[in-house]
Design a protein around this ligand. Structure first.
Ligand SMILES: C=C(O[C@H]1C=CC=C(C(=O)O)[C@@H]1O)C(=O)O
Length: 428
């Protein structure tokens, strides 16, 4: 990995903001990723000068600093390692305060071949400097789709039959909801609203110009992290209930009651993770949970798994586990390949990056040493111009009920919808 150099930040009266960086990247057609880690305040943005992004097999040891965006359909087989993850190399990495003002900017010392792009970027950035940032989101309408509930419930009923016949033990079926904004919304404003609403989630906005898409998410589910001290972490998450009582008051995590179906559903995700550890004969992991995890408007059951990769002398654990884990049974099912085939047969759209994974790779943490944090890409939407497609899935077992599963996906859509449709009144 090449060392990055710190570049002089701008000598203008006003420090550039995350909105100005983002808009500059979009104007120049450069891919960009903006994110904020759970429980943190700083926001990060990277800009890649690859207008067509390289597809890679994620190797945390080998990849330079950047941001990974993997599709759901990125399964590892025994014979091949799929190279389908889009990789945004951090040609520019800027760190911003909670209010979106620039703290530091870096670019890779190897990118001298990109001098022209850096010059162009700085020129456009200066032109945008001082422009007022949008503060209002355009109004939105949910596009009617009269058949979607009946179709989803039919598919769930078929899945339950297959589960009861013992074809597989768990499958996660998803559906989409489309909304139309009155005008193209500013992605950074959507991102900032989500940061405010969900301090414990991983919030991101990723622009992929080659597909004309911006993916925005507020996911509660860590897939693989390996921090600067070599601490590996993953999470098994499943089971869903509202974080509010029927009268609208907030529920305490301690008051959440979980049914046998939900306990089993989450245990299957934990078992899937433990089977991955077993495949590589790793016994020294710490398992904490299951306990109730609050994820914005929802609650889930979660178990945290931690490994000290230095103590077990397994520095490549993050890479190995990522390849074994994705897609976990929180988004696919068990056994994985049979559940995957069922999803392919029944869902009528391509999940694209929904239920894939995403996050920063080898990006400097606050203590300046690189860390990688990959999350399961749920509670997300795809923005194409004025149209947004929201995705939500439900984990099914033989005890599932189709209408309850539908309502669960509605609640999951609300995680983003309640924030992106919020219009502050004159008094708020
Ligand atoms: C697949 C999703 O959530 C997963 C994560 C937590 C709980 C889940 C559930 O209760 O079904 C799902 O497995 C989604 O939000 O689209």
């Amino acid at each position: 990995m090449q060392p990055a150099i710190v570049v002089d930040i701008h000598h203008t009266a006003l420090q550039p903001t995350s909105v100005e960086y983002w808009e500059t990247a979009l104007t120049l057609g450069f891919p960009a990723a903006l994110w904020r880690l759970p429980y943190q305040r700083d926001k990060h943005l990277i800009v890649s000068f690859d207008t067509v992004l390289p597809r890679v097999a994620v190797d945390l040891e080998e990849l330079p600093a950047g941001f990974a965006l993997s599709p759901f359909d990125n399964l590892n087989s025994d014979t091949e390692t799929p190279a389908k993850t889009l990789f945004l190399r951090a040609d520019i990495h800027a760190r911003f305060s909670e209010t979106g003002h620039l703290i530091a900017e870096k670019h890779d010392s190897q990118t001298s071949k990109f001098d022209q792009q850096i010059t162009d970027f700085q020129r456009f950035l200066t032109q945008k400097n001082g422009a007022t940032s949008p503060t209002v989101l355009p109004a939105l309408t949910v596009l009617p789709d009269p058949d979607v509930q009946a179709q989803f419930e039919r598919d769930v009923a078929e899945a339950i039959d297959a589960l009861q016949r013992g074809e597989f033990r768990k499958v996660v079926l998803s559906r989409v909801k489309q909304v139309q904004f009155a005008d193209v919304p500013n992605a950074v404003l959507l991102f900032d609203r989500l940061c405010e609403a969900y301090p414990t989630a991983f919030i991101s906005a990723v622009s992929v110009p080659e597909r004309g898409q911006i993916w925005i998410s507020a996911t509660p589910e860590r897939l693989v992290s390996q921090d600067a001290d070599g601490i590996f972490k993953t999470l098994s998450l499943a089971g869903t209930q509202s974080a509010r009582h029927p009268d609208g008051t907030a529920k305490r995590a301690a008051d959440a009651l979980w049914s046998q179906k939900e306990i089993e559903e989450q245990a299957l995700v934990s078992r899937y993770i433990i089977e991955c550890f077993k495949k590589i004969r790793l016994r020294e992991y710490l398992e904490e949970g299951p306990k109730t995890v609050v994820a914005g408007n929802l609650m889930h059951l979660g178990s945290h798994f931690t490994v000290d990769t230095q103590a077990v002398r397994y520095p490549q654990l993050g890479t190995v586990m990522l390849r074994l884990l994705h897609p976990t049974s929180a988004v696919c099912g068990m056994p994985r390949d049979r559940a995957f085939a069922f999803i392919e047969q029944h869902e009528t759209y391509d999940r694209e990056f929904y239920a894939g994974f995403l996050g920063p790779i080898n990006i400097d943490a606050a203590d300046s040493r690189p860390a990688s944090h990959l999350f399961v890409h749920i509670r997300c939407m795809k923005l194409e111009g004025r149209t947004a497609t929201l995705y939500a899935g439900a984990g099914l077992t033989e005890d599932s009920d189709p209408t309850r599963e539908w309502l669960e996906t509605e609640m999951k859509c609300q995680t983003l919808l309640s924030v992106i449709s919020y219009q502050p009144t004159a008094n708020s």
